[in-house]
Design a protein around this ligand. Structure first.
Ligand SMILES: Cc1cc2nc3c(=O)[nH]c(=O)nc-3n(C[C@H](O)[C@H](O)[C@H](O)COP(=O)(O)OP(=O)(O)OC[C@H]3O[C@@H](n4cnc5c(N)ncnc54)[C@H](O)[C@@H]3O)c2cc1C
Length: 544
């Protein structure tokens, strides 16, 4: 016999768990169905080395910034284990000698550090920070806005568009121009307008290409930088990032624990094969093992191609919507390399294997914009980057729960390999790519290679086939201009509702995603709860 719930959530990544927590909190009998053996999706802590189970890595995502304080507060996540260590400075050592540190929250030290490379850039830095803060004031609230269906003539949609315009009536010509620049420019052109030294531009370009199938000279990368600069780990410092104690899986566990406390049931190893649609309405799901679970509300948080093309089916969707999802772009070319280290990197520029400030933030391999661009051009030409770029971090600088005393975990978020490496494992080439990445760090810190105890390489194929990240894109869909705001995941359906009544969509492929921000799951749950309430109210009205 089919089991019956008020709400089924497909996918137990952090967004699915957030959706479940809010649905259960509203009184809905809710079940989460996760295909893997554990929840968390791309926010997961795992022990990839069977011979060394004492090491745990935050296998895919690695730092927090974007989770809004409202979700943290509503779900009382601190009580459930959410604990962030704000990161130290951005650090890049240079092959030609010297290093740069950028401090998110210390203008004086920032000035000193940047002055070594350019006095002009050091003076420009506070203005740049203020400029970004001004833009974040405009873009930050937009992240929490449900995008209206721009162009729709339905009264509700027109009202939504007008409301949005009215909310921004205070913007002046200059701010609109700045937002336009940010949305259309390449990060390289933008940085060229502000700064002169290659070292500073390399450092600031990283956020423009993280997870993106585009080099720093591609239009639109300025916005990617802004997306990564809006967040705040709750310490009030714009654009600051932090490490969750226990790795990113502990963020998912905290949300899961809150969801369970509100009464949600969470099932793992429960892959969903189909979403049931009856008379144009969601009616539940069928699991891969054939079990049927019925519910009037279904919230899907899996990649849009899985959610709509595989699980709902084209026969239940309008042709335009189906085409939009077919055209959805999710390339990335990202390779995650997780390392267990016997000692910390001993940089020529800043010697010593004892813990120092430059080990506590991002430990980069992005010396110039040209270096980053070269890595992208290699991959666009169909080869893995000869000298990949890396956003590295050493969470064990703070978090002692991940590895035995005296050892460390280092996470390298690297780019790029060719966009089609999601189709084949490319195991040997990935090993060679990781060797080259490690060699690049070894040039700056000669003890690096010999300090590696274990390594784990996750390429696009594994991201797609093990984690459901189709195409290997880290956000379930590129953050390119045609896939933002009212276009995410498809025009007319950016309000976390879908063409199927009762089916809501809350993965990172919706507005405010990606990243571990929980906003898509929260918004999808809010839409479902609001519709459920109006149905209940309607029934009550009909009865009275
Ligand atoms: C390498 C990498 C590094 C990243 N770094 C960061 C970072 O440092 N900071 C940050 O904020 N963001 C980062 N991101 C992005 C962020 O991790 C994702 O945007 C976010 O975790 C996605 O959450 P989600 O819940 O929308 O989807 P997912 O986490 O993908 O969850 C979807 C879930 O659905 C499950 N599923 C798939 N198919 C089925 C099915 N048929 N039935 C049931 N379940 C199914 C999957 O197993 C998965 O658990 C990174 C991502 C990657 C890949």
């Amino acid at each position: 016999m089919a089991q019956t719930y008020d709400a089924v959530v497909v996918g137990g990544g952090h967004n699915g768990l957030v959706a479940a927590a809010y649905l259960a909190r509203s009184g809905a009998k809710t079940v989460v169905l996760e295909g893997r053996h554990k929840t968390g999706g791309a926010a997961t802590t795992e022990s990839p080395w069977p011979e060394a189970p004492e090491f745990a890595v935050t296998r895919l995502s690695y730092v927090m910034s974007l989770l809004p304080p409202t979700i943290i507060k509503d779900l009382e996540l601190a009580r459930h284990g959410y604990k962030i260590y704000p990161m130290g400075p951005y650090y890049q050592a240079f092959p030609e000698g010297g290093s740069i540190k950028l401090y998110a929250d210390d203008a004086k030290r920032n000035h000193e550090s940047v002055s070594q490379w350019s006095k002009k850039d050091a003076d420009a830095m506070p203005k740049w920070d203020a400029w970004l803060a001004g833009l974040a004031d405009v873009l930050g609230p937009l992240l929490l806005t449900v995008p209206p269906a721009i162009g729709s003539h339905k009264p509700k949609d027109l009202a939504g568009t007008l409301k949005l315009a009215w909310r921004h009536r205070g913007l002046d010509v200059r701010t609109i121009a700045d937002v336009t620049r940010l949305m259309t420019m390449s990060i390289a052109d933008l940085l060229d307008d502000w700064f002169e030294s290659p070292q500073v531009k390399g450092a600031l370009a990283v956020n423009g290409v993280i997870g993106t199938w585009a080099g720093p000279y591609e239009p639109g990368t300025a916005y990617v930088m802004a997306h990564h600069s809006i967040g705040d780990v709750g310490d009030g410092h714009l654009g600051n990032w932090g490490f969750q104690e226990g790795g990113m899986g502990a963020v998912s566990s905290a949300i899961e624990s809150a969801a369970r406390e509100h009464g949600a049931e969470i099932r793992v190893s429960a892959p969903v094969a189909r979403v049931l649609v009856e008379d144009g309405k969601a009616a539940g799901v069928v699991l891969a093992n054939g079990d049927e679970i019925r519910a009037k509300v279904v919230v899907s948080t899996v990649h849009p191609k899985l959610a709509f093309l595989e699980q709902v089916g084209r026969e239940h969707l309008p042709a335009d919507f189906t085409t939009d999802i077919e055209h959805w772009k999710s390339r990335s070319g990202v390779v995650k390399i997780n390392l267990a280290l016997g000692e910390l990197p001993d940089f020529i520029a800043d010697p010593g294997t004892q813990l120092q400030e430059h080990h506590t933030g991002s430990v980069e391999m992005a010396p110039t914009m040209e270096y980053i661009e070269r890595a992208f051009l290699d991959a666009r030409d169909g080869k893995p980057a000869v000298r990949p770029f890396s956003d590295g971090v050493i969470p064990t600088a703070f978090d002692k729960t991940l590895s035995p005393e005296g050892t460390h975990i280092m996470s390298l978020f690297t780019q790029w390999v060719p966009a089609d490496w999601n189709e084949e494992p490319h195991t040997e080439e990935l090993e060679a790519y990781a060797d080259r990445m490690i060699d690049c760090y070894n040039e700056l810190a000669p003890n690096f290679k010999s300090s590696i105890l274990h390594r784990d390489i996750v390429g696009p194929y594994e991201m797609e086939h093990e984690y459901g990240l189709i195409g290997g894109n880290i956000f379930h869909g590129e953050l390119s201009l045609e896939q933002l705001f009212h276009m995410r995941p498809a025009p007319g359906f950016a309000d976390y509702r879908t063409p199927v009544d009762g089916l809501y969509y809350g993965s990172s492929a919706t507005h405010a995603g990606g990243g571990v921000c929980g906003i898509p799951g929260w918004q999808a749950a809010k839409a479902a709860i609001a519709d459920r309430k109006s149905v209940i109210r309607g029934k009550a009205r009909r009865r009275s």
